[in-house]
Design a protein around this ligand. Structure first.
Ligand code: NAD
Length: 263
């Protein structure tokens, strides 16, 4: 993998700490030779990101709230001033009010539905629109993160499942729009991982244990495996893959029932 991304550069959105999926991806992309810029949400996350970014040779960090057009505009203007062309954007951003990531989906509020969809699905379109002019010259890759709660019911995942379904559909529509310009758009769908966002979902520990014990590989996704998949998708090795949802879940999605030992 060492040289797969040599000479490529791009933006990683969504590193909150060293357990973030975006961080697993950033490390793998750096090891594969990529140059990285980062976006973070607010000063506190910025402070946590600084040493991590430095450890992969990056001093390019920009504060972005994806619900705020002005902050997205400013970030992409700053990025373009530094690098007129980019090769990839990693969109690893999601949010829903924790109080609705538990109990009945039936009780989803209009306000949290809109907010969750805005941050977790719509923002990918806003990011794609701003990134694509910087990719027209050499082509590029847009990559987002989803979860199988999009097309199967996962208790407590609730409105995030609906947001991920919209995000996956947006991935396909963007892939079709941007394909003629050599821009590929894909999503990685990891199994449950122990991150800040992951722990907001009620019963996260049980879900994690269940998939770990029952997945065909008898393990959950790792940051390294998600990172490796991102490297493949952003490199020439992924040249003919677009509009795809790639699962990195130890095979959990193929199961029709849990392993007999865990019934
Ligand atoms: P995380 O908490 O480390 O990352 C989520 C990021 O979203 C944070 O950096 C946060 O600052 C950012 N964010 C939230 N609202 C934002 C806003 N308004 N503007 C800008 N940034 C905002 O958690 P994670 O698990 O690494 O999540 C990354 C992605 O992976 C998400 O899309 C998540 O749904 C997805 N995912 C997670 C799991 C899991 O089990 N953890 C599984 C599959 C997919």
């Amino acid at each position: 993998m060492t040289a797969l991304l040599k000479g490529k550069r791009g933006l990683v959105m969504g590193v909150a700490n060293e357990r973030s999926i975006a961080w697993g991806i950033a490390k793998a992309m750096h090891e594969a030779g990529a140059e990285l810029a980062f976006s973070y949400q607010g000063e506190a996350f910025g402070k946590r990101l600084e040493p991590l970014a430095a450890s992969v040779g990056s001093d390019f960090m920009v504060d972005v709230d994806v619900t705020d057009d002005a902050s997205l505009d400013a970030a992409f203007e700053a990025l373009e001033a530094r690098w007129p062309t980019i090769d990839f954007v990693i969109h690893a951003v999601a949010f829903s009010d924790k109080s609705e990531l538990t109990g009945r989906f039936l009780n989803t509020s209009r306000a949290n539905f809109k907010h969750s969809m805005d941050i977790s699905a719509y923002s990918f379109i806003e990011v794609a629109r701003r990134a694509h002019p910087m990719m027209i010259e050499n082509g590029g890759t847009l990559l987002t993160l989803t979860y199988q709660g999009s097309n199967r019911v996962v208790p407590n995942y609730n409105v995030m499942g609906v947001a991920k379904a919209a995000l996956e559909s947006a991935t396909r529509y963007l892939a079709n729009d941007l394909g003629p310009e050599g821009i590929r758009v894909n999503a990685i769908s990891p199994g449950p991982m122990k991150t800040l966002a992951g722990s907001a979902i009620a019963g996260a520990r049980k879900t994690y244990k269940h998939t770990d014990q029952n997945a065909p590989m008898r393990s959950n996704a790792t940051l390294e495996a998600v990172g490796g998949t991102a490297v493949y998708l952003c490199s020439e090795a992924g040249a003919c893959t677009t509009g795809e949802i790639i699962r990195v879940d130890g095979g959990f999605h193929v199961l029709g029932m849990p392993q007999p030992d865990h019934l």
